[in-house]
Design a protein around this ligand. Structure first.
Ligand code: BGC
Length: 381
């Protein structure tokens, strides 16, 4: 135990930290004290906003969703251009796709080497926005968000099948089931909120696609699949043999599959078997080299969220307690902790290069809050 704060105090500290690190225009800084993370990510931000909604901080969440909406409004002509290029059969260079993160004031991040083409954040934003609107009493999508929601839905419908960087900003030549889950969750939420039934067949298609192409012979969803193009056709093979903890998203929150679906259940079992350490934390995937592949707080909280969906309350409480025990005396939660590393040398190399792992990481705080609220009030959407 690195702190003597109770869960309630940690929840209050988390809300304060998130609030203090929200830019006046709405972006959440991924990590204020880690120079490489001084941007606003759609992925981190949408889950952070969701946690703020669950904490009753709707104004903060609204500011974030509006920040993204303004960026997307500005990009509408560019999105149309990308879709036209695709329809004409032109090759679209990767750097032209929408970025995964923006400067805090909304400007593009054009000057850094980053794996910018990542689709998951856009699906997650749609999902999070719809959750926000429902939680704040909206029965339909307000005019302010109309243009951006349509633009993102068009973008995802056009490019969902493209290879792109995964949620860890790696493996850009693969298709990632967790990314597909985000797209499914986003489009489904819009279909339901907006009565846009024409989006439902693609959601169903993504679900079938996952079952057809992403199930490992041993019966679980694989971390990544690779497209092959024999004789002009497209086929898929398993691109990475094992699981990735982000596969939990297929269950919560995007609900592509219930926790009791046989392939989902086998995936969760495999995540516990391969990625949970003896300390109780969850790693991203076997072979992760980022800071030596430590235990991630946000993924451990995620496992708790899914364990709750499986009716395993004790495991969910243990996961919350483990996350809480990783906060420092001021309640700050890091991205990952190096307590159970196979190879400490790689960790030290990263520390030499970039300093210790990011802390506080707002997304860690967010997932702590989500699990905290899930355990305390089970009726949240
Ligand atoms: C993670 C991403 C995350 C970003 C900012 C990266 O290291 O792989 O998932 O969005 O940090 O937190």
């Amino acid at each position: 135990m690195r702190n003597d704060l109770n869960l309630q105090q940690l929840a209050e500290a988390s809300i304060r930290l998130i609030t203090w690190n929200q830019h006046e225009r709405g972006a959440y800084t991924a990590s204020p004290l880690f120079p490489h993370y001084g941007f606003g990510w759609l992925r981190d931000g949408s889950f952070i906003a969701y946690s703020m909604d669950l904490s009753g901080q709707h104004e903060s969440a609204r500011l974030f969703y509006e920040w993204v909406s303004r960026i997307v409004d500005r990009k509408r002509p560019h999105i149309d251009d990308l879709i036209n290029r695709k329809q004409r059969g032109d090759y679209v260079e990767r750097h032209l796709f929408l970025h995964t993160r923006y400067q805090l004031d909304g400007r593009d991040d054009d000057h850094s080497e980053w794996g910018h083409f990542q689709l998951d954040g856009y699906g997650t934003w749609l999902w999070g926005l719809c959750a926000h609107l429902r939680l704040t009493g909206h029965a339909f999508i307000p005019e302010f968000f109309r243009k951006s929601v349509d633009a993102v839905a068009d973008y995802l419908q056009a490019f969902w099948e493209y290879t792109n960087f995964d949620c860890w900003e790696e493996y850009s030549d693969f298709v990632h089931p967790s990314t597909l889950a985000s797209i499914y969750g986003g489009l489904k939420a819009v279909a339901e909120m907006d009565g846009r039934d024409e989006l439902l067949p693609l959601c169903e298609h993504i679900r079938e696609f996952l079952l057809r192409h992403a199930v490992h012979p041993d019966g679980y969803f694989a971390k990544a699949i690779r497209p092959l193009y024999p004789e002009g056709r497209v086929e898929y093979e398993i691109g990475y043999d094992g699981v990735d903890a982000s596969l939990l998203w297929l269950c919560e929150p995007f609900q592509v599959f219930g926790a009791d679906h046989p392939v989902m259940a086998a995936t969760i079992d495999r995540i516990v078997a391969d990625l949970q350490t003896s300390q109780g934390g969850i790693r991203r995937y076997v072979g992760d080299t980022y800071y030596g592949g430590g235990e991630w707080l946000l993924l451990t909280a995620w496992y708790g969220w899914v364990a709750l969906a499986q009716g395993k309350r004790v495991e969910a409480e243990q996961a919350l307690a483990w996350v809480a025990s990783q906060a420092d005396q001021l309640g700050r939660m890091p991205e990952q902790v190096p307590h159970a590393l196979d190879n400490r040398d790689i960790y030290e190399q990263w520390v030499d290069r970039w300093g210790p792992p990011a802390s506080p990481l707002l997304w860690s705080h967010a997932m702590f809050l989500v699990l905290f609220h899930r355990l305390n009030a089970r009726n949240t959407p």
